[in-house]
Structure formats: structure tokens, C-alpha cells
Design a protein around this ligand. Structure first.
Ligand code: TK8
Length: 330
């Protein structure tokens, strides 16, 4: 009888705290996208590696669809140590580390390969190194991807077509300024509120990679899409510094290695999925693929943003990235 009560008590504790038997550490990881996203698939991949290589000492519990809050709220929770892990776009991270705004400059990366080159090189590392001062550790750059425009009003082929369209942006001043300068009427909003805002016509449009547009069913409330690719959004796999500091070195290594392996996996499946879902979206929406000239017009319209934010981001950092990207092209 006594033994049974004991077992029941252990079970209850395990249930309440969410700890698996034997696990000494629990990583609660939350994201904004749903469980069909490449991001969630990559988190599952990460979880498997961590649980296997830590021999069950670390347990990873996954949450999706803003179940733990939006990107901003989850980052605050990491800072306070009330949540262990999240994986936001870099755009809302700029509220904590300003320099991440470099990635928000429109058309700064011409393609995924040059984005990888910058993120995995000294610039990417320099920015991740600024995170511990904000109570977070940046384990790896994963990928959200190139952002594409959708709306419910009419097809957009030029910046002029954006005139008067209410576009939801992430909570980031560069995105706001860029859509303003392109002629739209932008409004920042957390991702979790976006679907119903489009449904209720609080906003006319939004911008996100093809995978998100498809898997979050945005096509149900958006009729038109354009492959603007105006910004490349990295994700950063973040872990709470308070939690990190408690991990023994061998467990830190397990987590870091898993984050790196999952990065490779994430980029691979994300790129596959974005390409695949573009084709599926063509059956559901009116998709405009811009000619190089049409795309250049968007790039041209965004040019003033570089001067507007040069001081804020740091002229040296912008020059460093531009130098590296031009070297990469050669
Ligand atoms: C999900 C977000 C999302 C981002 C956005 O939490 O807010 O539009 O692209 O993926 O990080």
C-alpha cells in the first residue's frame, strides 16, 4: 500500500512538472508556427538528438502555435528563466539586441547561399555573442526564409500597387518603415493574431515565406501573392541563460551539437517545403512571379531605408556585410 502511494506520488509529480523519469533537466520549447511547419519538424529532430545523446538526462517538451505566447513574450520568459527555449525570427529580437536589424534591411541578401555565408560567418557570430547580455544564448541560426507578400484586395506587381493596402508587419521598425516607403499602410502585430486580423479585414495583407502562407492556411483569407522576397528572415534557436548556466558542460555540448545538426536539417527541409508549397499555392491563389525588372522596382523603392537606419544599425556593420556579400558573389 505504502509503495503504491509512493509510486502514485512520483507519478503525480512527474505529471505536474512534466518531468520524465530520470530526466534532470527539462527544456520547454515554444514557437509561433504550427506543428506542420519546417520549424516544428526541426524542433522534433532536435528533441530526439538531445534526449538520445543526453541518455535521457534532458527532456525536451515542445509547444507550437503560440501556445506559450508570441515571440516577444517567449523571449521575455527566457530572460526571466520561466521558459527554456524558443526560436523567433530575428526581426522581433531587435527589441533586445538592436544590431539584429541588419537582417531586416530590404534585399540585403540576394539568395539563401549568401545568407548562410553571412549567418555562419563572423557577422552572424558577432550578433549571437550579444545575446548573453540580454539573458539569452543564441545556439544556431535556423531559417524562416524569404518573405513573400499576400493580400486580399488585388494583385501586386509594383510598389504603386501597394498604395493604401493595410499590411501587417512583424514588430520591427525597419519593416514598418520599408512598407511605408513602398506606399503601403503597415501595422505591426504579433503573429498569433494575424489570421483572424486578415479574416476580419483588420489588415488586407501580410508577408511571410511560402511555407507559412500554405501551412497556416493564409490562402483561405488571402487571394493574391507576390514573390517579393524583400527580406530574408533567419530564425535563432534561443535558450535561456539562466537555464544554460545550470547545465553541466557535457550537457551543454549535447544541446549545442543537436542545435547545429538540426540547423542543417532545418535549412534543407525548409527550402524543400518553401519550393513545394509555392507550387501548391499557385492552385489556390493568384500568384505573381516578378520579372527581374519588376523586382528591381521594389528594391529601388526601399533604397531610402539604408540611409534612414544607417546610424541606428551602425554604418560599419552595414559596410562589413555589404563587403562580404560582394566578395561572395565573385
Ligand atoms: C512565428 C513568427 C513568424 C514570423 C512572423 O512566431 O511573425 O511573421 O515570420 O514565423 O516568428
Amino acid at each position: 500500500m505504502k509503495l503504491r502511494t509512493g509510486i502514485a506520488a512520483v507519478l503525480l509529480v512527474a505529471l505536474l512538472t512534466g518531468t520524465a523519469f530520470g530526466a534532470q533537466f527539462t527544456i520547454n520549447a515554444g514557437i509561433g508556427l504550427n506543428d506542420k511547419s519546417a520549424q516544428f519538424q526541426s524542433l522534433k529532430f532536435f528533441k530526439e538528438i538531445v534526449e538520445k545523446n543526453s541518455e535521457g538526462k534532458i527532456e525536451v517538451v515542445l509547444f507550437h502555435s503560440s501556445q506559450l505566447g508570441d515571440d516577444r513574450t517567449m523571449m521575455e520568459a527566457l530572460k526571466m528563466g520561466t521558459q527554456e527555449m524558443t526560436c523567433p525570427s530575428t526581426a522581433p529580437m531587435t527589441a533586445f539586441v538592436n544590431a539584429f536589424k541588419i537582417y531586416d534591411l530590404p534585399f540585403i541578401f540576394a539568395g539563401e547561399d549568401v545568407a548562410d555565408y553571412i549567418l555562419d560567418g563572423p557577422v552572424g557570430k558577432k550578433l549571437l555573442d550579444m545575446l548573453p547580455a540580454q539573458g539569452m544564448i543564441g545556439l544556431a541560426y535556423w531559417e524562416n526564409g524569404f518573405r513573400m507578400l499576400t493580400n486580399s484586395v488585388h494583385s501586386v506587381k509594383s510598389p504603386e500597387d501597394l498604395k493604401g493596402l493595410k499590411i501587417r508587419t512583424m514588430e520591427n521598425p525597419i519593416h514598418l518603415a520599408a512598407f511605408k516607403v513602398m506606399g503601403a499602410n503597415p501595422t505591426p502585430m504579433a503573429f498569433g493574431e494575424l489570421f483572424s486580423a486578415m479574416q476580419q479585414k483588420v489588415v488586407d495583407g501580410q508577408e511571410n515565406p511560402w511555407g507559412t502562407i500554405f501551412l497556416q492556411n493564409f490562402f483561405e483569407v488571402q487571394k493574391f501573392a507576390t514573390d517579393t522576397g524583400h527580406v530574408y528572415s533567419p530564425f535563432v534557436l534561443l535558450i535561456s541563460k539562466i537555464f544554460w548556466d545550470k547545465l553541466p558542460d557535457d550537457m551543454k555540448k549535447v544541446v549545442q551539437d543537436a542545435a547545429d545538426q538540426a540547423k542543417v536539417h532545418n535549412r534543407e527541409i525548409n527550402r524543400k517545403m518553401n519550393a513545394e508549397y509555392l507550387e501548391k499555392l499557385k492552385e489556390k491563389m493568384e500568384v505573381t512571379i516578378l520579372t527581374p525588372e519588376q523586382k528591381a522596382a521594389f528594391q529601388q523603392a526601399c533604397q531610402p531605408i539604408y540611409d534612414q537606419f544607417a546610424k541606428d544599425i551602425g554604418e560599419d556593420l552595414i559596410k562589413e556585410v555589404q563587403k562580404l556579400t560582394s566578395e561572395y558573389k565573385k
